[in-house]
Write a protein that binds this ligand. Structure first.
Ligand code: GDP
Ligand code: IMO
Ligand code: MG
Length: 426
């Protein structure tokens, strides 16, 4: 097999694992970074010499001016929020960002997608609520699957765009009326699309030739996922999922990369776990330990500001995640958050209706699962200044080695703080 230099960076929990900081680290010498799915529901925090940023739709490679950043065909794009995000970064960092390109096949999030996201969620009964980010992600992917969506490239062909918008709006306005919401005219959306074309038209391209050349000539490419496998629409806790595939299959599909070319898969997981939104979460804690994890870990959503649900590391789910993604190297983040815990637990199995499970079952069974824990001694030392594996306390090393065994995957990277250089490479 020909050697390539393509790495996928995937979340192996429920999202917010620290993907942004890992992509930012590896993007320092990357040729291309591609966001392959999702939209501005992402909140990827990056802290580097330019400041602290929460990226929503922009790829986390934007801080290296030499890197080409692609918002891939598998994503859904809201150009209003992309505009705001670019403005914020310009103001904050003084950087002129001109290295972002959007594949012409990416679908566009229209204002009514956001309206419908909120309305659909409000109609779900309390046990069925997904807790979406209300960014219009689900409704936009719905139109994509129904073959009625509007794509970025459509902005460049006014006649075609008008035809597509007329067809789509005839359906969407009926839905908006059903929910008692404001409807839209073709004219007002054409005007919005014209504004988007003027601002982004030159950056909407067919990315296949450039990505193909990069793959074939061995250039360094990073594929940046949004969310984690537990929210994958096929392999996560359906229906409490997002409407795309954060897993590595989605990486190949959403970024113009043949599957064989992804020869390195970096799974990102916290040393404990968090989840934002509805659905089962087997290792969730409701006591003061959850509070302590939330406060020390700063566990509040980067996009919605919601307090994150917190709990222990679920090794059964992580083992499933590493298998499903073909993870070659795991990056364990937020080790330092556990510095002050005397005892640390890890889930190694579940009891469901009196039966023992050593593997991750389907959503309905997860709702009834009771975790079985193995307990570890905490290291009770500050790890934030550790720069090498040998600098880590012995008990921290034992914890990492135990996780490696449980998830059958090498832990190559250990993050001991949010800043770029607080990463130990083994
Ligand atoms: P993403 O969505 O996967 O990119 O993750 P988020 O940015 O939503 O959440 C991760 C949070 O943890 C951010 O606030 C990061 O700055 C922070 N973070 C990442 N790695 C570390 C780490 O090793 N230690 C600490 N204390 N914080 C970290
Ligand atoms: P990053 O990229 C955490 C959750 C929502 C909801 C479900 C579906 O920072 O990991 P959606 O708006 O996608 O239709 O919501 O997914 N969710 C996230 N949780 N981090 C995110 O992004 C998320 N994006 C969506 O809470 O349960
Ligand atoms: Mg996040």
């Amino acid at each position: 097999m020909k050697k390539t230099n393509v790495s996928a960076i995937v979340g192996v929990q429920y999202g917010d694992e620290g993907k942004g900081r890992i992509v930012d680290y590896f993007a320092q010498d990357a040729d291309i970074v591609i966001r392959y799915q999702g939209g501005d529901n992402a909140g990827h925090t990056v802290i580097n010499d330019k400041g602290k940023f929460a990226l929503h739709i922009l790829p986390s490679g934007i801080f290296n001016p030499e890197t080409m950043n692609i918002v891939g065909a598998g994503t859904v794009v809201n150009f209003n929020t992309m505009h705001e995000e670019l403005e914020n970064i310009r103001t904050k960092s003084g950087m002129e960002i001109d290295n972002v390109f959007i594949d012409s096949r990416a679908h566009l999030i229209m204002p009514f997608h956001c309206d419908l996201d909120g309305a659909e969620e409000s109609k779900r009964d309390s046990s069925q609520k997904i807790g979406t980010t209300k960014r219009g992600i689900g409704p936009c992917y719905t139109d994509k699957a129904a073959r009625s969506g509007i794509r970025a490239g459509d902005l460049k062909d006014e006649e075609f765009l008008e035809k597509r918008l007329t067809m789509l709006l005839s359906k969407k306005n009926r839905e908006l009326e059903y929910y008692g919401l404001k409807t839209y005219t073709v004219e007002e959306l054409m005007a919005l699309c014209d504004k988007w074309k003027k601002e982004f038209g030159d950056h909407i391209i067919d990315t296949v030739p450039v990505v193909r050349e990069a793959v074939e000539s061995g250039k360094k490419i990073l594929l940046e996922g949004q969310l984690g496998i537990m929210r994958d629409n096929d392999w996560g806790i359906y229906p409490y999922t997002t409407s795309s595939n954060p897993t590595v299959g989605g990486a190949a599909n959403g970024s113009a990369i043949p599957a064989w070319a992804i020869q390195k898969v970096i799974g990102v997981a916290k040393a404990y776990s968090t989840s934002v939104g509805g659905g089962p979460y087997m290792t969730e804690l409701f006591d003061e330990t959850a509070e302590k994890l939330r406060e020390i870990g700063g566990e509040y959503g980067a996009t919605t500001g919601r307090p994150r649900r917190c709990g222990w590391f679920d090794a059964v789910a992580a083992d499933y995640a590493c298998y499903m993604n073909g993870v070659t190297d795991l990056a364990l983040t937020k080790m330092d958050v556990l510095d002050g815990f005397e005892k640390i637990k890890v889930c190694t199995g579940y009891m469901i209706d009196g039966e023992y499970f050593s593997h991750l079952p389907e959503t309905a069974l997860q709702e009834r699962a009771k975790p079985i824990y193995e307990e570890f001694d905490g290291w009770m030392e500050d790890t934030t200044h550790c720069k090498t594996w040998d600098d880590l306390p012995e008990k921290a090393k034992s914890y990492v080695k135990a996780l490696e065994k449980l998830i059958n995957t090498k832990i190559t990277y250990i993050s001991v703080g949010p800043e770029r250089e607080q990463l130990i490479i083994r």
